[in-house]
Design a binder for this molecule. Structure first.
Ligand code: HEM
Length: 456
């Protein structure tokens, strides 16, 4: 798709995003900055700062051309590559032949039909969380969702007998804090080769997690069980070779980090949106009651819950956990008529495109029903892409969608959330994080329940 034959599109400059002033303007509110740039200057917007040049693409066809491009001239962006310090060479930032080999090896493990066993853990973890909710509690659903999503990823990856959850949670929290400090404060202006105390702390946190992971890899090699890590250990390529301990470490660390915070954000915004839209919430509850009654949901139930699925899709449209992605050109290339010079970054934002009135009626409104009829049937493919697309589409998308629908349906059998009246403020870096707690009030469902000890 290096379609040099197409008429070349012009790149409009966004003066407000240029230079150090542009950097501060962007840092203050990246969502508004990109949305304003795209709505004001068009679908192909250029800007430069701190020695790097960027092109923001906001037309689905241009984004498709980039994400489906298979040539070597595009690689992952500078920021994702920097995550290699933690991920190693896991799927998210591997490139070329190594990425292709690992993706082919791991893809079958994440097919929907392979996920049934994980559904049981997802529901069990949700039950534990629900058991901690009391009538009238004001809960930070973001903190709850982070804990839940980590619990789910740890249990599916390492099995339900894994004992060091607290150590993992602490180390991951530390890594996330260090990254926030490095990218969201004045430290973002310091060249990456300048050593800062944050780098040393990051290395320590990584070493803590490495020790846990290597120990686990050894024990699963000796005694495999029915968890994802044991599956990964058992995989062999066409030549009969399995992964080394280092590769297993890199891939499990990647699945951990790529799969935990993203899904937690999906859960957080889904509950907040429902709390603010009682009619939609009542429809979820009615659907869950009719399809499931009191029994726990399974993977097979997911397709019997069309409205719950629509809620999940709509929450990921309005609050995409990965709000922007990028690629860097390693040589001059023309894609979809857009000239991309060597070293430039192309950026595309799920936040900007998924709220574009050209593709979505009433784009700022939460309307799950838009996904049920024909309204969204003829969308351009990349008008909605919370999981990216093309060969590097999220490998965990079926896992994440399963988790979101199961968490929604299981929770709705037991509790509902009401708004706390507090505003939501977003502070996106890599993911679309809230800046503070996202508090919602718990009401337990009024229909008769079995005594708590027996039910939960
Ligand atoms: C709502 C939850 C999730 C969202 C919104 C999400 C989003 C994404 C996006 C947008 C990408 C592509 C990035 C790019 O093209 O640069 C991606 C890649 C990836 N995601 Fe997810 N993700 C989610 C959940 C998960 C889960 C649960 C896992 C694992 C269990 C996972 C593992 C990965 C991996 C390994 C990649 C890299 C794939 C590759 O390059 O081959 N993600 N994700």
């Amino acid at each position: 798709m290096n379609n040099a034959g197409l008429a070349t599109k012009s790149v409009k400059t966004a003066p407000e995003l240029m230079g150090v002033r542009g950097l501060f303007y962007f840092a203050k509110d990246p969502l508004a900055a990109f949305t304003h740039a795209a709505r004001t200057h068009g679908d192909v917007v250029g800007f430069a700062r701190t020695g790097r040049s960027y092109i923001l693409l906001s037309h689905p066809d241009d984004i498709e051309a980039v994400l489906h491009y298979r040539g070597d001239e595009l690689r992952k962006d500078f920021f994702t590559r920097s995550l290699g310090a933690i991920f190693g060479e896991g799927l998210l930032n591997a490139e070329g032949a190594h990425w292709k080999h690992q993706r082919k090896l791991m893809a079958p493990t994440f097919q929907p039909r392979e996920l049934s066993g994980f559904a049981t853990s997802m529901v069990a973890c949700t039950d534990e969380l629900c058991a901690s909710f009391a009538e009238g509690d004001l809960r930070d659903v973001h903190a709850d969702a982070m804990h839940l999503a980590l619990d789910i990823v740890v249990r599916t990856l390492f099995g339900s007998t894994f004992k060091r959850f607290d150590d993992v949670e602490r180390a991951l929290g530390g890594i996330s804090d260090e990254y926030r400090q490095l990218w969201q404060t004045w430290r973002a202006l310091v060249p990456t080769w300048v050593p800062l105390p944050n780098h040393a702390r990051l290395r320590r946190r990584r070493a803590e997690l490495d020790a846990i992971l290597f120990e686990l890899i050894q024990s699963k090699r000796a005694a495999p069980s029915d968890d994802l890590l044991s599956h990964l250990i058992a995989l062999t390529d066409d030549e009969g070779r399995g992964m080394s301990d280092e590769q297993l470490r890199d891939e499990s660390m990647t699945l951990f980090l790529a799969g935990h915070e993203t899904t937690a954000l999906g859960i957080t915004y889904m509950f907040r949106l429902l709390a603010e839209h009682p009619e939609a919430y009542a429809r979820v509850v009615a659907e869950v009651d009719a399809v499931l009654g009191d029994r726990p949901p399974t993977r097979a139930d997911v397709e019997r819950l069309p409205f719950a699925n629509a809620v999940v899709r709509e929450a990921l449209r309005l609050y995409p956990p990965v709000w922007a992605s990028a690629r860097q050109a390693t040589a001059d290339v023309v894609l979809s008529g857009v000239p991309i010079p060597k070293n430039a970054h192309v950026i595309f934002s799920q936040w900007v495109v998924q709220r574009d009135a050209r593709w979505f009626r009433e784009p700022e409104r939460f309307r799950p029903e838009r996904w049920l009829g024909d309204e969204c049937a003829n969308l351009p493919r990349f008008a909605y892409f919370p999981f990216g697309g093309g060969p590097r589409v999220c490998i965990g998308q079926h896992f994440a969608l399963l988790e979101l629908v199961l968490v929604l349906s299981r929770t709705s059998q037991k509790v509902m959330f009401e708004p706390s009246g507090e505003p939501l403020t977003l502070g996106p870096v890599v993911t679309l994080r809230p800046t503070g707690p996202v508090r919602l009030r718990v009401t337990r469902r009024s229909r008769p329940e079995a005594p708590r000890a027996a039910a939960e």
